[in-house]
Design a protein around this ligand. Structure first.
Ligand SMILES: [Zn+2]
Length: 126
């Protein structure tokens, strides 16, 4: 079952507001919107490292938007989405969510992360 949420983001131009979609579907990873305004104790475990590796080594970015997403704690995203080798879309706040909002990350997203990394590694090694 796909759950879809819509939230507002600030426009770079400061003129009005635009919207992005929060998506927990199988072709989206960590498109969530934590509600916590205060950062939790940072979690630097293998899941955080996996996501960091994915974004730094495997992701390409899509077209630039006129706005960005602002996390409840005030951290801003890049103004583009990121795409993983299998076409899954994620965002520049993915590591931030895992590190600082772990209690709000759905377990399904953690499983998707593990599966994606596993599939990428399997495809790279004979
Ligand atoms: Zn945050």
């Amino acid at each position: 079952m796909r759950r879809l949420h819509v939230c507002s983001i600030q426009a770079l131009s400061g003129e009005g507001r635009t919207k992005i979609m929060i998506n927990l579907g199988k072709k989206h990873l960590l498109f969530i919107e934590p509600k916590g305004k205060v950062w939790e104790t940072p979690v630097n475990d293998n899941l955080t490292r996996m996501m960091n590796w994915l974004l730094r080594k495997k992701a390409t970015h899509g077209p630039y938007f006129k706005g960005w997403h602002t996390c409840a704690c005030g951290v801003k995203s890049a103004n583009y989405d990121l795409y993983l080798p299998d076409g899954t879309m994620t965002n520049s706040l993915a590591v931030h969510y895992l590190k600082h909002h772990r209690s709000e990350v759905p377990k399904r997203e953690l499983v998707k992360l593990i599966l994606l990394v596993s599939l990428i590694i399997l495809k790279e090694k004979p």
